[in-house]
Design a protein around this ligand. Structure first.
Ligand code: NAP
Length: 301
């Protein structure tokens, strides 16, 4: 099947293009970008033109930040193509609901790359029948290292520290069957920004989360869940699984996440199905609704 990528920025070049190059299901047939290209792939500067000139392209994968993504998604669906969305699937929940209502026969896949991390399926299986007593999520990274110059990430709709933090929530909501509730949140918002540079969440099941976007030195994407039947630890963003301190998965294979997303997208298209799970984004929206904000020092990327 033929697919087009829209937004040739950091994640498109780091992950989507290499994953598509190896995919047995997809041919990257076009790109749409104001600035970037992929060697050997037909390039368009405008999405409408690409959709009009390439009726043979089955699906479009949007690698734009959340705020500009909705208008592009509407164009794709109105053109009757299948739609794959980077995480988070939108800037608001209501716009994702709107996309679902206009999907018609198109597949919509709201992807969560961290759910494809190596240890997550085994963690989900191990959690079946176990009850979480307490948990700690530590997701601390350096925004300047991972998102250089991406001012959108600290603007309204960019989610700030929740941009990586939602990956942790996507894992938690995948491996814990019982719905999670947000009980409390503290958001640190720089005086010159709209989105938090740090957030601390209290969730049901005794789980606390610490999201921090100014971590220098070693970066941490870990979670530990203490259950009535042992302790589960996921490290490296879900790629390393330990049970009661003993390793279960092998070496971290971070490059496996995006190939798995495109394989899933191909399955969904073949089945005529969609997959849109908004549970991680509901928790983020609840943190913005319920959380207490404090203004912290101005921050520049
Ligand atoms: P990015 O490089 O800043 O932006 C991606 C592309 O979006 C840009 O190349 C640009 O497309 C377009 N774009 C940016 N701002 C725009 C605006 N205001 N209006 C219209 N188009 C705009 O972002 P990214 O890091 O790739 O992230 C994109 C999405 O992927 C985000 O939702 C992010 O959460 C997710 N993601 C990122 C990472 C990561 O490590 N960076 C990891 C996993 C998921 P053109 O210039 O090509 O037209």
């Amino acid at each position: 099947m033929k697919i087009a990528l829209v937004g040739i920025g950091k994640i498109a070049l780091d992950q989507h293009v290499p994953a598509l190059a190896k995919s047995p299901d997809w041919e990257l047939a076009a790109t749409v970008s104001r600035s970037g290209t992929v060697p050997g792939v037909r390039a368009f500067a405008d999405l409408g033109t690409m959709l009009a000139e390439c009726p043979d392209i089955d699906a479009v994968s949007l690698c734009l930040p959340p705020v500009p993504r909705f208008d592009a998604a509407v164009q794709v669906l109105r053109a009757g193509r299948h739609l794959m969305l980077e995480k988070p699937p939108g800037a608001t929940l209501s716009e994702v609901h709107a996309l679902q209502s206009m999907a018609g026969k198109s597949t919509i896949y709201a992807s969560w790359h961290s759910r494809m991390a190596l240890g997550v399926p085994a963690a989900r299986d191990w959690m079946v029948g176990r009850t979480v007593r307490s948990g700690r999520v530590i997701w601390r990274e350096d925004v300047r290292q991972w998102h250089p110059g991406q001012d959108w990430i600290l603007d309204a709709g960019g989610m700030g520290a929740f941009d990586p933090g939602i990956n942790a929530l996507s894992i938690l909501t995948e491996i814990i069957a019982e719905p999670l509730r947000l009980l409390d949140a503290e958001l640190d918002v720089p005086a010159n920004r709209q989105a938090p540079i740090a957030a601390r969440l209290v969730l049901s099941q005794g789980i606390e989360a610490d999201f921090y976007f100014r971590e220098e030195g070693p970066q941490t994407w870990d979670m530990e869940l203490v259950t009535d039947g042992g302790t589960l630890t996921l490290r490296m963003g879900g790629n390393v699984l330990e049970i009661d301190g003993q390793p279960v998965t092998g070496a971290p294979v971070i490059m496996g996440e995006y190939p798995a997303l495109y394989a899933r997208m191909a399955d969904l298209v073949r089945q005529g199905a969609s997959e849109v799970d908004l549970a991680p984004m509901v928790l983020v929206a609840d943190a913005f609704t319920r959380g207490r904000r404090q203004t912290v020092d101005p921050f520049d990327l």
